[in-house]
Design a protein around this ligand. Structure first.
Ligand code: 5AD
Ligand code: SF4
Length: 449
């Protein structure tokens, strides 16, 4: 039996695509190898969002090259966003690569492998949904659901519209059927994925499908038996409307967490980024969410050092972070990307300035996240157990509905929902003890949401 190994870089959409790649490979008779050196097929699912992502992957590719020299029959495949962004150039630069494919062509991998093609092949159309392929889930109780691919926004820093194409939705009926199947296989938590999830469905009618909105999709998935938790990522602030805020209050499976990418707190910079909202509109959306779900956890993405960012712009970002008091944030130093508008903007910010701003931003984010997290101390939270704690294997680790990592002492198994009494909170994690009373009495899921 031939064996494959997939190394995944980048976002949750890539995690999803890799699970589908694995499922497809197993459906044509491959088995998973524990590491690349034990594999006949070495695959990389790549990311290109920042320069660091490119460099990280290129280091791995060097290892695969040496492997190919030792064993020329090993097949090397490169999929994902980096592959898409360089397309056929990959074969000139890296002649030992046998197959390259973009995110819209994952299905072509099986075709390539079964065709016994003797020449290297590249596949770069935007046509398929990896979500239509069979999946091999990393955890049996958690499922990714690809609701759409691509993005119609034109954020001036972002490479994704060129690596994943225009926004195309999978029909609501297809998604419901997929989640029903997952639920019948033991999935209780689903994460809906798309580059701009809350723009879901705008193209369905034109393509001959029943129209649907993101809020309707949430409602349909909430109604599926066995689905205890629904998460989604990422929404765009522009499309964060009342119906979705209300869904958070009304749908019992929809978690009390929204990841709402900000990017900058300066309206001037948001305009240069082509984010289509101002500071004030963003704050309105935050107020709307908090009005419907006062305890909602909010996280975000922020870029520092975007071209032309002045001290004043940066202060606006800091003040917005103080005002919102996020539960957490991913912070990125701006990285110019090929074929993006902002890469050619004048006034690129010097590296030292970016680093200094990043330090201040991280301090602000962490201080607020730490303070916000104290509201959980003394509460009993529902936790989905994921496995042993990373730092201390005698403890368990899971996530609360607010998407906080919870490390705790307890007896539960991965996949169990338990109640944990929270004793301590830092900016990143909560610590506590499984509430045995709740467990012994069957722990009604709604105990302490
Ligand atoms: N440089 C730095 N960060 C970026 N992001 C996207 N493109 C860039 C870039 N060129 C960040 C944004 C986005 C997150 C996934 O990555 O904050 O929300
Ligand atoms: Fe990386 Fe963006 Fe592609 Fe995800 S969509 S793999 S973050 S470039």
């Amino acid at each position: 039996m031939k064996r494959y190994h997939v190394t995944t870089f980048g976002c949750q959409m890539n995690e999803h695509d890799s699970e589908r790649m694995k499922g497809m490979l197993e459906s044509i008779g491959y088995a998973e190898a524990p590491d690349p050196d034990a594999a006949d097929l070495i695959l990389f699912n790549t990311c290109s969002i920042r320069e660091a992502a490119d460099s990280k992957f290129l280091a791995h590719l060097g290892h695969a090259k040496r492997r190919k020299r030792e064993r020329p029959d090993v097949v090397i495949g490169v999929g994902g966003c980096w592959a898409q962004s360089v397309k056929d150039e990959v074969f000139q630069k890296f002649p030992f690569v046998d197959v390259a494919f973009g995110p819209g062509q994952v299905h072509k991998l099986a075709e390539f492998l079964t065709s016994e093609s003797l020449t290297a092949q590249g596949y770069f159309e935007f046509e398929g949904f990896a979500g239509d392929l069979p999946e091999k889930r990393a955890r049996e109780f958690q499922g990714w659901v690809q609701i759409s691919v691509g993005c119609n926004m034109k954020c001036s820093y972002c490479i994704v519209p060129s690596t994943r194409g225009r926004d195309v939705a999978r029909p609501l009926q297809t998604l419901v059927a997929d989640v029903e199947r997952m639920a019948s296989e033991g999935v209780t938590e689903v994460t809906l994925l798309g580059q701009n999830v809350n723009a879901y469905g705008r193209d369905l009618h034109r393509r001959g499908f029943t129209p649907a909105t993101f809020a309707q999709l949430l409602e349909a998935i909430d109604a599926i038996d066995g689905i205890e938790r629904i998460r989604y990522t990422s929404p765009h602030p522009q499309d964060m409307k009342e119906d979705v805020a209300r869904a958070h209050a009304e749908l019992s499976a929809l978690c009390e967490h929204v990841h709402l990418p900000l990017q900058s707190g300066s309206s001037r910079l948001l305009k240069a980024m082509r984010r289509t909202y101002t500071r004030e509109r963003y704050l309105d959306r935050v107020a709307l969410l908090r009005e419907h779900v006062p305890d909602v956890a909010l996280t975000t993405d922020i870029i520092v050092g975007f071209p032309g960012e002045t001290d004043e712009d940066f202060e606006q970002t800091l003040s917005l972070c103080e005002e919102v008091a996020y539960d957490g944030a991913f912070t990125f130093v701006y990285s110019p990307r090929r074929d993006t508008e902002a890469a050619d903007f004048p006034d690129q910010v010097p590296h030292e300035v970016k680093v200094e701003r990043m330090d201040r931003l991280v301090e602000t984010i962490q201080r607020n996240a730490h303070e916000r997290a104290q509201r959980f101390v003394g509460r009993t939270l529902e936790v989905l157990v994921e496995g042993p704690s990373r730092k201390d294997p005698t403890r368990l680790r899971g996530r609360s509905r607010h998407n906080k990592v919870v490390n705790f002492v307890g007896l539960a198994q991965p996949g169990d929902y338990v109640h944990v009494e929270i004793e301590r909170a830092t900016s990143q994690t909560l610590t506590g003890e499984e509430s045995l009373l709740a467990r012994a009495t069957g722990g009604a899921a709604a105990l302490a949401r």
